[in-house]
Design a protein around this ligand. Sequence first.
Ligand SMILES: C[S@@+](CC[C@H](N)C(=O)[O-])C[C@H]1O[C@@H](n2cnc3c(N)ncnc32)[C@H](O)[C@@H]1O
Length: 485
Amino acid sequence: MAMSAVAVPTSGSDIGAPGDGQPQWRLPDAGWGRKAADAATLHEPQNIREYVAMHQHLKVGGGTRLLDVACGAGLAVELAAARGATAAGIDASARLVAVARDRSPEADLRVGDMRALPWADHAFDVVTSFRGIWGTTPEVLDEVRRVLRPGGLLGLTVWGHVKASPGAWALRPLLWAQASQVAHQAAMNSLGKPDVGERLLTEHGFEAVRRVVVPFVWEFADPESYARAVACTGPGYEAIQAIGEERFLHDAAQLAAEHARDGLPLRAEINLVGFIGRAPAPAGTGSSFLAEPVELTPAAAASYADDSAELGYVMNATRLWAHDTEALELLFKALGRVSRTAGLSIRDRGILVTAAASTLGDSYCSLAWGGKLATAASAQLSAGVLSGDDSLLDDRERALSRWARRAAADPNATTAADVEPLREAGFSEAQILAITAYVALRVAFSSVNDALGAVPDWQLRAGTPEAVLAAVTFGRAPAAGPGSS
Ligand SMILES: C[S@@+](CC[C@H](N)C(=O)[O-])C[C@H]1O[C@@H](n2cnc3c(N)ncnc32)[C@H](O)[C@@H]1O
């Protein structure tokens, strides 16, 4: 059977006969869910290169709140969770979602219609869809934008120039469906054409839209397993409805046999296109006033990974400084050096940072370091320093907190007498310089974060003692967490 037109497997959204009592969006289950175990084990693992590449492009990692739209049997959800993401997925096929739940019991997996996503606004950092959103379902893009946080990323894949692909033969059985279905598949497959996907995503409000390289190869042990893997897809089912299952399996296996290779698996490399777009972040609603870089430098990617490993999420300050992670590293190197010269313990640094940050009105560092000081000392002591009450500090610590406030509030208003308590506490001249530099460098860090609107991470609310939270009555409020919008 010759390949006469550009037609490719589709989401199968229109499979089934309307009017049989169930909503239209449930109909894909007839094709995709019919042989769910085959789809999960023979078909879906073929797409693994695509999942890994897109997760890498989207920097999916620890703490990423990710939704996979048209998640099928949930292999992509499982892989995202393996990278540390908090994963969710939705698919119209109840039988595929059952497999996805079996694979990822922790994930939030729902049977439903991608045109009406059952999640709150801004619930996700990343939304993926692997060959699930098509030219015929543009309204889904509005739903995706709604559930993405401002600045969050959409990554979707669609078929590219299939006819020019070395593995085009592997999609040929899908042309054995009725002509009207083949025509519909071709209509769905328009996004991969030059500029079409970019235009559609931009029209639906996404920014910084770009194409990315996505490897896609199907490999099969033998012609029979190939035939079964294609038969369990939605468009495969359309072809089976037209010519019958027995003939479909026979003809597909025969087609594949023409491509068999001695000692090697059958291999079909197919051109796939990936798009990445960013949900707009109106001023004051993103992680800061600056848009997050779409392409991370290796240093920025490493700092995201460090945050994820250490905290389970990427701090908004890290996202802001991703525009020049090296500058931040230099700043922290200098902080480390002066801290060592001054001989500052974690508790000393907590006192200096909370005293300076609260003087500046910087809620972000006050919360982050208020929590650390609470751990190193106590929540009451930390809340006290944040509110200007040093009664739980000893004389040496009091010298530190008072000097931090003086230097941060107005360095031109200090006097020689202000330095004296530091000497009395036993600090040398070199250490006093180092302590002052430590405060000044923290002021620089706070100033950049505050001036550029870095929003304290919502996770700080959960991880910070009540007394400390209550003491931070100034600065920008922490971001709203999931479920609070
Ligand atoms: C080409 S498959 C892709 C599945 C999966 N993303 C993968 O990588 O294998 C398309 C999927 O879209 C689902 N689907 C079709 N229409 C849908 C709708 N309106 N809402 C949710 N899922 C839908 C089908 O059930 C099917 O699992």
